[in-house]
Ligand binder design. Structure first.
Ligand code: FES
Ligand code: FES
Length: 207
């Protein structure tokens, strides 16, 4: 039997589910391995007007930005910081591709599905914060050595996801790497080399 809108809107189970999903949306359901903890605060009408100052802790630096409450973390980093943080890429903007992946308190999230105001007081790590061209982390180095990119738009997301995953599981199988990367899409089809790079990075971290 189909429930009416009134019935469903008062269904505590459904309300709880929707609140739990919050700003994460359907995309995170697809990428259910990502540990996204978004808190959808009950906003008052006052809080939804104008802009607010946020202080974002990006790669160990406190960065101030003036944003609308609806501004995503991805948008804030790319368009409201000076200098901008452009490692996380804007591709789908709806939580389906993983190109915008960052670590929020060390957990991978789609930054296009996190509000900047919800990212304050949390540690934000982008691909820039994982290493530098002179001193790359093991995953960044393995991507270069294994030629694991073509256009490179997906690369920051893969590198971030894999870097976090190898901390949880430093000795993964190919199947586990593939599973860990299922929330990141590569339109160029570079998957085999991405997975090889992940395994090579895992071996490198154990050496
Ligand atoms: S840009 Fe965020 S998931 Fe695609
Ligand atoms: S290398 Fe082009 S989308 Fe992955």
């Amino acid at each position: 039997m189909t429930k009416s809108r009134e019935e469903t809107s008062h269904d505590p189970g459904r309300r709880k589910f929707l609140k739990g999903v919050g700003i994460v949306g359907a995309g995170a359901a697809i990428a259910d391995h990502l540990w996204v903890e978004a808190e959808a605060a009950e906003a008052t009408p006052e809080s939804l007007s104008g802009t607010v100052k946020v202080v974002l802790d990006v790669n160990g630096q406190k960065r101030e930005a003036q944003v609308e409450p609806r501004t995503t973390l991805l948008n804030a980093m790319r368009n409201h910081l000076e200098p901008a943080v452009t490692g996380p890429k804007l591709v789908c903007d709806v939580g389906t591709c993983g190109a915008c992946t960052v670590l929020l308190d060390d957990k991978p999230v789609y930054s296009c599905l996190v509000l900047a105001v919800d990212a304050t007081n949390k540690k934000i790590t982008t691909v820039e914060g994982l290493g530098t061209p002179e001193n790359p982390n093991a995953v960044q180095a393995a991507f270069v050595e294994n030629d694991a990119l073509m256009c490179g738009f997906c690369t920051p997301g893969f590198v971030t996801t894999i870097s976090a995953y190898l901390k949880k599981n430093p000795n993964p199988s190919m199947a586990e790497v593939r599973e860990a990367c299922k929330g990141n899409f590569c339109r160029c089809g570079t998957y085999p080399r991405v997975f090889e790079a992940a395994l090579a990075a895992a071996k490198g971290t154990q050496a």
